[in-house]
Design a protein. Structure first.
Length: 162
């Protein structure tokens, strides 16, 4: 693994390891798990706002569920507005079901963090089982409560073609 600032870049062929206190304090000890975005609920550490947003934008929705407010709002601009934790989770599960049938490759992924917001600017290529592909540019704007819960998400998406 290579470290760049606070980010950890996995070595080729490896998963990104947990960056909890246990793995930093005892790096030679196998702590028994790896996490794609350095979250460590297993050791009782809360993920950062950036990690919650990155999980969601990378389609690892389930990691974000515990960090949604009950009245969370998600607007997919030009498409729909989803209100309430239960409906947001249902929309995520439907999206995850579709994404299970395609291969996703992020061409770019940038994260900008403020005191109560995170912005993710990304481009991803989606390839289906028949080889059909599309490239989608996305900008997700996340707003958080003072307690670090996700309360609002606005998503802008544009299909760019293959």
């Amino acid at each position: 693994m290579r470290h760049r600032g606070n980010a950890v870049e996995p070595s080729q062929g490896s998963l990104e390891a947990c960056r909890c206190r246990a793995s930093r304090r005892y790096p030679a000890i196998d702590i028994g798990h790896t996490t794609p975005l350095a979250m460590c609920e297993a050791h009782g550490m809360d993920p950062t706002k950036a990690e919650i947003a990155e999980s969601f934008s990378r389609h690892d929705f389930a990691r974000a569920y515990a960090h949604l407010t009950e009245d969370v709002r998600w607007e997919v601009v030009g498409d729909r507005r989803i209100e309430g934790r239960e409906d947001v989770v249902a929309a995520c599960e439907a999206s995850a079901s579709y994404l299970d049938r395609v291969t996703t490759r992020f061409l770019s992924f940038r994260t900008m963090v403020g005191p109560d917001f995170v912005i993710i600017d990304s481009r991803a290529e989606y390839v289906d089982a028949d080889g059909g592909s599309s490239v989608v540019a996305s900008c997700d704007i996340y707003r958080f409560t003072g307690g670090g819960l996700l309360t609002e998400l606005t998503s802008y998406t544009v299909e760019l073609g293959a």
